[in-house]
Design a protein around this ligand. Structure first.
Ligand SMILES: [Zn+2]
Ligand SMILES: [Zn+2]
Length: 393
């Protein structure tokens, strides 16, 4: 095995197998063994392996497909300023599906997806003061941002040109261990169980950010288009923030609509149906274009459409030809996308969830069944709430 040093954008030192291209996060320095360094770390010359669901190349993730392989790879080590988290559970996000199917390119392959990991700190690197071994920690989509550019300095680190994502730019949480700069890891409130905290790290946090961008004021109405992992959390967070807010949920599947009514939606229907009144803000969490055009038809004057998707599918792009300026956009209707999350989004979401005793509805799968979970997302069938992988079983 030939290894060479490599510097990530995150300034972490890692090693790469020149033959396979695998990032090892393990570095044999001349004359010295670089092990799981840090306080309390083991120091010997054994490469420690862990189980991971790894993506060698982007591939379709439909029913019966196995784009991810269960492999043994070297455990990550905590470089200076980093922690390594022993993952208990990792949420499954639509963005994972985008990475697996290639709509979002990884920085290198193979890569381990997953950006909603919750577990306990296994090792801490030099200089880490905010986490100790054994603390609960969460790893979200934001792995690192430079802190220096104008976006970072204005509280918009989610837009940083140097943004490094977990599970696409660097290895993520579909594995027994994941490393993260300690400054980008999140303390998990005591009262949130692992499996319910995991979906908050992305589905919840991006929903929280979308709600903020929706800029709702008293007396307005909110629409949610699509009702998956994010939608079911946004509905609860929105009703907590604005107790009298009527929330209309547009979902094509009757099961999702029933679930939305159970969680307090004032009205549910298909996007093609007209709600009882126009809505002032709509948060879209679907991968398609048809619901967007339909939703714009339900938007009140001065309304905001927030598109919460990292990529949209090209399959129904022709639907955009139905867009009519006078009906859908005029009268100062706005369309905005949501990109990534800031650490503050994640922190605020966790705090809000803890204070309101929010319950995420989760479906659990063993780590080795990650392909089954992705296939469900792919066909958008048989889902209720969020999906999580049990890693530490
Ligand atoms: Zn920046
Ligand atoms: Zn996500």
């Amino acid at each position: 095995m030939v290894v060479r040093r490599e510097r990530h954008a995150s300034k972490c030192v890692a090693a790469r197998d020149r033959v396979s291209g695998a990032v090892l996060h393990w570095l044999p320095a001349p004359g010295r063994l670089y092990s799981r360094a840090g306080r309390g770390a083991r120091r010997d010359d054994t490469l420690v392996h862990m189980r991971a669901m790894q993506l060698r190349h982007p591939a379709p993730a439909g029913p019966g497909a196995s784009p991810l392989e269960l492999v043994q790879v070297e455990e990550p080590v905590a470089s200076d300023g980093e922690i390594v988290v022993k993952v208990a559970v990792c949420g499954v996000c639509r963005t994972d599906l985008d990475v697996v199917e290639g709509r979002v390119a990884a920085r290198r392959y193979p890569v381990i997806p997953g950006h909603q990991a919750v577990g306990r700190v296994a090792t801490v690197g030099e200089g880490v003061t905010n986490f100790r071994v054994g603390d609960r920690a969460g790893v979200a989509w934001i792995h690192w941002a430079d802190g220096e550019c104008r976006w970072c300095r204005s509280g918009r680190e989610n837009l940083c040109p140097e943004f490094v994502s977990t599970g696409a730019d660097v290895n993520g949480g579909y594995a027994e261990y994941v490393s993260v700069p300690a400054a980008f890891a999140h303390a998990i409130p005591e009262m949130l169980p692992d499996a319910e905290a995991a979906p908050l790290l992305c589905a919840g946090a991006i929903g929280w950010r979308s709600l903020r961008l929706a800029n709702l004021s008293e007396g307005e109405r909110l629409g949610l288009v699509g009702f998956g992992a994010s939608g079911h959390l946004v509905l609860q967070l929105a009703r907590h923030r604005h107790p009298d807010l009527p929330v209309y949920v547009f979902a094509r599947n009757a099961d999702e609509r029933a679930f939305a009514r159970h969680l307090g939606a004032a009205w549910t229907g298909d996007t093609a149906e007209s709600p009882p009144a126009r809505v002032d803000a709509i948060i879209d969490t679907t991968p398609a274009w048809k619901p967007i055009v339909d939703a714009l038809g339900h938007l009140e004057v001065g309304g905001r459409l927030i598109i919460n998707a990292i990529r949209k599918s090209d399959a129904d792009k022709a639907e955009l030809l139905r867009l009519d300026y006078a009906t859908h956009l005029w009268m100062e209707r706005e369309i905005r996308s949501v990109a990534n999350v800031t650490r503050a989004d994640v922190r605020e979401t966790l705090a809000a969830a803890a204070s309101m005793a929010l319950h995420a509805t989760v479906q659990r799968f063993p780590l080795a069944d990650a392909n089954v979970a992705l296939a469900r997302l792919h066909s958008a069938a048989g889902m209720r709430g969020a999906m999580v992988l049990d890693v530490d079983v």
